[in-house]
Design a protein around this ligand. Structure first.
Ligand SMILES: Nc1nc2c(ncn2[C@@H]2O[C@H](COP(=O)(O)OP(=O)(O)O)[C@@H](O)[C@H]2O)c(=O)[nH]1
Ligand SMILES: [Mg+2]
Length: 332
């Protein structure tokens, strides 16, 4: 088995209201990362994480499920969770195994009842999160409208790091506001972008959005604030670590544009997970109970510490009996 350093692992839960496209997005990310050889689809019963008969038949997730992607040196464990109210206990249990979350928001429906619920879970477990405005290819989808609903609900620390290129059936890519490049996806559904210049009609909007991002990254970071006042901007080599720090410290919640079904934005999102979301090592320590007296003990999370596991899910398999999936193996 391949061994990864703690700093090269990401445990990411996908959260959101039912039907925001979590299960579809997991399949899209796995395909973009080259982990599976076709783009699995919820509607065809071929998604990677809705594999239970009942889930395939009903076309929604009932339990949380694990899948993993390798991306360069990094192993990304994706935890797909159910979005329906009656299965929320599964979702909450999965969060104990995650250091961060992708919060999916439907580009047509905006903030919904379970969005608020799972946002509350993230607050409870102090999880850094990326807001994914998803299904931007749908009729009546609007990045701007969804974004203002999210900001109205959660405040100005929710800040775009991408803007969509096109919308509804013309949605074809994203602008990376950190590197100021357009990432365009073709109709093949590969999830892999071609990098190009920002389309001229979007350059003003992109420049303005970038300014907003830079200001938020600098806020709460004295060194960057000084640099910002001195130069009127923050160079990209300081912006990247500054943004990572702000995300990890939950001073900033980055927003991205996506559509899992046509697989648009996927490799950009995988890169973002690696670049900006924290590894388990950055969680630093956890509290558990000792075996003798049940007294609370703290354990550092580091590669040189003894193995210590937290079981967040056990499945009863008709053939294999009870199975406890580990993040390193996935459930299938
Ligand atoms: N047009 C479009 N449909 C999508 C997209 N993502 C998911 N869907 C559809 O939305 C429905 C719910 O998707 P699913 O992944 O099961 O949502 P979940 O409940 O959040 O896991 C399914 O019919 C999907 O085919 C997308 O990006 N664009
Ligand atoms: Mg699902």
């Amino acid at each position: 088995m391949k061994i990864y350093d703690g700093q090269n692992v990401r445990n990411v839960a996908l959260l959101g209201h039912g039907d925001t496209g979590k299960t579809q997005l997991v399949s899209a990310l796995l395909y973009a990362a080259g982990m599976v050889n076709r783009l699995g689809k919820v509607d065809e019963g071929s998604s990677v994480t809705d594999y239970d008969e009942e889930e395939i038949q009903r076309k929604f997730s009932i339990t949380s499920a694990l899948a993993h992607a390798e991306w360069g040196k990094t192993k990304i464990n994706l935890i797909d969770t159910p979005g329906y109210n009656i299965f929320m206990h599964e979702t909450e249990a999965a969060l104990l195994a995650a250091e961060s979350a992708l919060m999916l928001v439907h580009a047509v429906a905006g903030v919904e009842v379970q969005t608020e619920k799972v946002w509350g879970f993230c607050e409870k477990y102090a999880l850094p999160r990326v807001v994914v405005i998803n299904q931007l290819d749908r009729d009546r989808a609007s990045f701007e409208r969804a974004l203002s609903a999210i900001r109205e609900a959660y405040g100005r620390t929710v800040v775009p790091v991408q803007l969509p290129v096109g919308e509804e059936k013309n949605f074809r890519g994203v602008i990376d506001l950190v590197r100021m490049k357009a990432l365009l996806y073709d109709a093949s559904g590969s999830g892999k972008a071609k990098e190009s210049d920002i389309p001229p009609e979007l350059s003003d909007a992109a420049a303005k959005a970038r300014e907003g991002l830079i200001e938020m990254v600098a806020e709460g970071n004295d060194k960057l604030m000084e640099e910002f006042f001195e130069k009127g901007t923050i160079p990209v080599e300081d912006l990247i670590p500054g943004l990572k720090q702000a995300v990890t410290e939950r001073r900033l919640y980055p927003v991205v544009a996506s559509a899992g079904l046509p697989n648009i934005g996927s490799d950009a999102l995988v890169n973002l997970i690696v670049d900006y979301l924290p590894s388990p090592v950055e969680r630093r320590e956890v509290t558990g109970l000792d075996r003798e007296g049940g007294n609370p003990v703290k354990r550092k999370i580091a590669d040189d510490q003894p193995v210590c596991a937290y079981v967040f899910k056990t499945v009863a398999d008709a053939f294999a009996g009870r199975v406890t999936p580990s993040p390193s193996s996935g459930t299938r």
